[in-house]
Every structure is written in structure tokens, then in C-alpha cells.
Design a protein. Structure first.
Length: 364
């Protein structure tokens, strides 16, 4: 059940019914005072109010020391345009892209109140009671299903996220699920950016340090092909990252850890991958759900689910107590899942039989 705090209405007629002045403000001039909200490796997000529409928005800009970087400028523009073009309920609507009065780039988007999946999983790892009650396994799987639906839509229009991780998934106040941070997205079929520095950086799969000392991508959630530095990536790299997220949902533990990128890379490319049921035996993880997870986590991309839609289908089958495609069920397991699917039907028959028996008894 989604928990929300009751609040008074925040929208008033005085904000919606007044006339727009003839000298109305446009561009960055229409935004009120910027209040810090979040900060990442390359940019800052503020909250502000659009004075024309009287709505609160998220206002994103580059860090001051990166505003003259051609690479970061192109990445910033890519993030805004990719996000704007993935018109799906699982992404944040982009309202405006422009320059402020000083000529610096900005874009605005929907402001969401909620928590990111990283914090939720961290609280589950520490067994925070309220979070454990609010986010049992079925709800976490439903969240991941919504993430898969968003990514499947992105893949369908030729966009690979390349930086999927729990920190980039926001669960809103009313249960909505958003996938954020498309700044490292790869647009399939589009010409690569011409900057030699960006080409070199993309060939290193965005994990090298920039001259300013910032990392791109997240080694703990990258696919083996990204860690290896393959030049050709496809949608299956997102399948692997989704598999890592499923692993964390099942175990409340990290899939790989290391002191640095070199150690993580070795684990991704050489070491045997851990099995959820072995890492977290106390969780009683279903065998078929573990099989789904490990199918997404095949080291060789040719062995993984061929598309996010295939992973999505198996997750939905599991949630509906149907047989997943990557696990062989014993006769007893087949019967157990059949009973789960038809529990209401079985209960109705038993109730009818009991009622008929009682009726016959009283007729004697």
C-alpha cells in the first residue's frame, strides 16, 4: 500500500485565473529564484517556479567549470533531447531547453517527489521496518517491470540508456516509477559526435576519468562489454544492468564490489557470477526467479535475453504465477504454480462442495 501524507491543496484560483501581462516573461526570465535540489558529476538541479504557469519545475544546468566543454555541452543537449523524445509515462516530461541571460544552457522538466530505488534497497539492506513493510518483493518486482517497460519503449525508438542503476529510478509519492539520467544514452543509427575527445571517451565506454577527475557511468552496474571497452553496444547491455538490479532486489546485496574499476572489471570479465540463492539463502528466493535473473546476467551477450521485452515477459509470467521461459519445472512445481493461478477457482469449488455437503446433511 502506498503511504502518503495528507496535505492541503496547493493550487489556488489566484494562481490560475489571473491574466497574462502584455509584457510577459519568456525563456529563463520567467523562472523564479533557483533553490538547490540535487547535484551530480556534471550538473546541478534546482527547483524553481514558472511564473507564467505557476508550477514548480526542476531546472538543470551544467557545473560552472564544465560550461565551456564541448563534450559536456553535447552530452547535456543529448540528455535533454533524448528525454524529451522518450514520450512515455516512465520518463520525466521536458518542458523547455534554452539559454539563460548569461548564455548558459538549461532545461526544465517535471519535478517529482519521491525516493530513488538505491535508497530503498539500502534501507532494506539495513532492515528498516517501515520500508520492509512498504516494499516487499512483489512490489519491488512490479517496480522493475515498469522500468523494463520504459526501457523497452526507449529501445523501440532506438535509444540505449547505458547507465541503468537503482539511483536512476525514482518511485514517486503516488507509486509512479520514472527512469532518469539519459545523459549517457546511445542513439542507435545516428551519426556519432564528431569531437575526437568524445569519440575516444565513448570508445572507452564512459568509465575513464576526465581531466577534471569525474567518472562517467557506474562500474558496479555496467555490462561486461562496457567493462571490456567494446566499440559496438546494443540493447543487451541494458538487459545486463536490469539483471543486476533484479539481483539486488532479490538479495539486498551488491552484485559486484571492488576497491576500484580494475577490480570490478576483473569480476565482471573473469570471476564466476554469484547466485542469488547462495548469496542470500535466508531470503528463500524462488528458483525460477533466480533463473530469470541469471539469464539476464549472462556474461556473453549472445546468451542473454535477446531483448528487454523477453525479460519483461518472464517477470510478468512470474508475477502471474505462470511458468517462466528459462527454467525447467518439476511436476510438483508445475502443480504448485497451477494452484497459485487457480486458487480462487479451487476455493470456490471447495466452498460449493462444503455447502452442498452441509445442505445434504441437514436434509436428512
Amino acid at each position: 500500500m502506498i503511504k502518503t501524507k495528507p496535505s492541503k491543496p496547493v493550487l489556488h484560483p489566484s494562481e490560475t485565473d489571473h491574466l497574462l501581462p502584455s509584457a510577459w516573461k519568456s525563456g529563463s526570465l520567467k523562472y523564479d529564484e533557483l533553490k538547490p535540489l540535487a547535484e551530480g558529476g556534471t550538473g546541478k538541479i534546482h527547483t524553481t517556479v514558472d511564473q507564467n504557469l505557476h508550477r514548480t519545475v526542476a531546472y538543470k544546468t551544467l557545473h560552472t567549470d564544465l560550461r565551456d566543454s564541448e563534450i559536456e555541452t553535447k552530452r547535456f543537449l543529448r540528455e535533454a533531447r533524448v528525454t524529451a523524445n522518450i514520450q512515455h509515462p516512465g520518463t520525466l516530461p521536458v518542458y523547455e531547453l534554452g539559454r539563460d541571460r548569461e548564455g548558459q544552457l538549461f532545461f526544465t522538466m517535471k519535478k517529482v517527489e519521491g525516493r530513488d530505488l538505491r535508497q530503498i534497497l539500502l534501507d532494506l539492506r539495513h532492515e528498516v521496518p517501515d520500508v520492509m513493510d512498504e516494499f516487499p518483493l512483489p512490489r519491488l518486482l512490479d517496480i522493475l517491470i515498469q522500468v523494463c517497460q520504459t526501457i523497452a519503449y526507449a529501445h523501440d525508438i532506438g535509444v540505449i540508456h547505458r547507465d541503468l542503476k537503482p539511483a536512476n529510478v525514482i518511485i514517486g509519492k503516488f507509486g509512479e516509477v520514472y527512469v532518469l539520467d539519459w545523459g549517457l544514452a546511445k542513439v542507435m543509427g545516428s551519426p556519432r559526435l564528431s569531437s575526437p575527445e568524445l569519440l575516444e571517451e565513448e570508445d572507452q565506454q564512459d568509465v575513464s576519468l576526465t581531466p577534471t577527475g569525474r567518472h562517467y557511468g557506474t562500474p558496479m552496474y555496467m555490462s561486461p562489454e562496457i567493462a571490456r571497452g567494446d566499440s559496438e553496444l546494443d540493447h543487451r547491455t541494458d538487459v545486463f544492468s536490469l539483471g543486476i538490479m533484479l539481483f539486488e532486489i532479490l538479495t539486498h546485496r551488491f552484485f559486484v564490489e571492488g576497491e576500484d574499476f580494475i577490480e570490478i572489471k576483473k569480476k565482471l570479465l573473469e570471476d564466476p557470477f554469484p547466485l542469488p540463492r547462495e548469496i542470500a539463502p535466508e531470503k528463500s528466493i524462488p528458483k525460477d526467479l533466480q533463473a530469470v535473473c541469471m539469464q539476464a546476467l549472462k556474461r556473453n551477450k549472445e546468451d542473454r535475453y535477446p531483448a528487454v521485452t523477453d525479460l519483461l515477459a518472464d517477470l510478468q509470467r512470474f508475477r502471474h504465477h505462470e511458468e517462466v521461459s528459462v527454467y525447467w519445472y518439476s511436476g510438483w512445481e508445475k502443480l504448485t504454480r497451477w494452484n497459485h493461478r487457480h486458487a480462487y477457482f479451487i476455493l470456490s469449488i471447495l466452498s460449493a462442495m462444503t455447502g452442498a455437503g452441509l445442505y445434504a446433511l441437514f436434509q436428512k
